[in-house]
Design a binder for this molecule. Structure first.
Ligand SMILES: C[S@@+](CC[C@H](N)C(=O)[O-])C[C@H]1O[C@@H](n2cnc3c(N)ncnc32)[C@H](O)[C@@H]1O
Length: 382
């Protein structure tokens, strides 16, 4: 990939282009970046490159002549790459545009300064204007560096391995999951247990869930265009329900942490095995597992104070359950959601369970099924 940058301040770019990944890529010849000083092409006596705007107004405007002549002198007739002007008026750069730019063999970038560039220069030599965000910089050099950096990462060989860019935020259409490195316990903050377990399927599922949750929380509009499968859509439906539950917990001042869906999926079974005698399990399953929400939610309130040793795949959770008084687990069987809740006494926890029953369940199940609303603990098993 060959990139030519047209600028009044080439020295602003040099330090960035000589360091780290960009520096190595240029040294290895994977990337060629040529800095062209527009001032060298000025025909003015004092090498001026700007002048007052016609029609008045603040500041100076970069004149057309040095820019057009700099392009003519440096881009051969055969030049096929895109010619881009960095500008706050341009299309906002995103990963899709970066991917398209990375497919080009050559790229020309024009950095503006002062109040901008005489429109006739843009009409003569520019194919497209690109902005790096909705704010105004003093010059286009930082924008050019952003484009170079983002494009360079996609040039084969620039990153250590091709996979390094495959999983990133935006490349997958989603934001990236949280990353951790050693130590596993940093001043009491532990790495999620699933990442230490070595089960690759579980790790992949956890990362996908985290990506979906972060994207839903921070950039929900990305989900419209992201490639999602049925499993992702089911996860998102659960996460949306989790949003309602979490708003309720926050409203009541309850500290909470949603546990991975894999753990929630195994929870009902683990609880039954720990607390329900073998002979009663068939009937209990019918009442308590997902799909039986009104009964399951009663059970959920009940389970808050009774937490089995549950170690499937999450060592940190087991450790947490050798717990302080006031910590509990909140399980919503129909939503497949499992939370750690902290700092409450068991009565309060049961109260929270009842509140969720009242707010989330009674209106949706008891009323719909025509049952009398006689309170959460009066519900009959079917
Ligand atoms: C002070 S700005 C000029 C802003 C211009 N008067 C306007 O209002 O659109 C000077 C130069 O910085 C660069 N620049 C400023 N903000 C930018 C952004 N968000 N993205 C890309 N380049 C930007 C452009 O090259 C621009 O010519």
């Amino acid at each position: 990939m060959r990139i030519k940058v047209f600028t009044l301040f080439p020295d602003m770019l040099r330090p960035m282009l000589s360091q780290s990944i960009l520096g190595r890529a240029i040294a290895a010849g994977l990337l060629q970046v040529e800095l062209i000083d527009i001032r060298d092409y000025s025909t003015e006596k004092h090498r001026n490159t700007d002048d007052y705007p016609f029609g008045g107004g603040a500041g100076m405007v970069m004149a057309a002549q040095p820019i057009v002549d700099a392009f003519a002198a440096n881009l051969p007739e055969s030049w096929s790459g895109r010619r881009v002007y960095l500008s706050p008026r341009g299309r906002t750069l995103n990963q899709r545009i970066v991917e398209a730019l990375a497919k080009e063999d050559e790229l020309a970038l024009l950095c503006g300064h002062y109040e901008g560039v005489d429109q006739r220069a843009l009409d003569a030599v520019i194919d497209e204007e690109l902005s790096i965000g909705d704010y105004v910089l003093t010059g286009g050099e930082l924008g050019a560096l952003v484009v170079i950096d983002a494009v360079a990462r996609l040039v084969p060989g620039v990153l250590g391995s091709e996979e390094s860019s495959a999983d990133e935020s935006f490349t997958t259409g989603l934001l990236e999951y949280p990353q951790y490195t050693r130590p596993a316990d940093f001043r009491g903050r532990r790495v999620p247990g699933v990442l230490l377990g070595g089960n690759h399927a579980d790790i992949t599922a956890w990362r996908r869930e985290q990506s979906l949750a972060l994207t839903l929380e921070r950039r929900p509009e990305l989900l419209d265009a992201a490639p999602l499968d049925d499993g992702d859509r089911a996860t998102l439906a659960r996460l949306r329900r989790a949003g309602a539950v979490e708003a309720l917990l926050e409203g009541r001042g309850v500290a909470h942490e949603r546990l991975p869906m894999k753990l929630a999926d195994g929870w009902g079974k683990a609880w039954l095995n720990a607390f329900v005698p073998e002979a009663n399990r068939k009937a209990a399953k019918k009442q308590c597992l997902p799909g039986r929400r009104h009964v399951g939610a009663l059970w959920q309130a009940f389970t808050l104070g009774f937490i089995p040793e549950y170690s499937e795949g999450d060592e940190a959770l087991t450790r947490w359950m050798a717990r302080k008084p006031g910590d509990g687990l909140l399980y919503l069987p129909d939503d497949g959601l499992l939370y750690k809740v902290s700092g409450m006494d068991p009565d309060d926890l049961a109260g929270i369970g009842c509140a969720i029953l009242a707010d989330e369940v009674m209106t949706r199940t008891w009323m719909q099924t025509g049952r009398p609303q006689s309170g959460p603990f009066c519900c009959e098993a079917e």
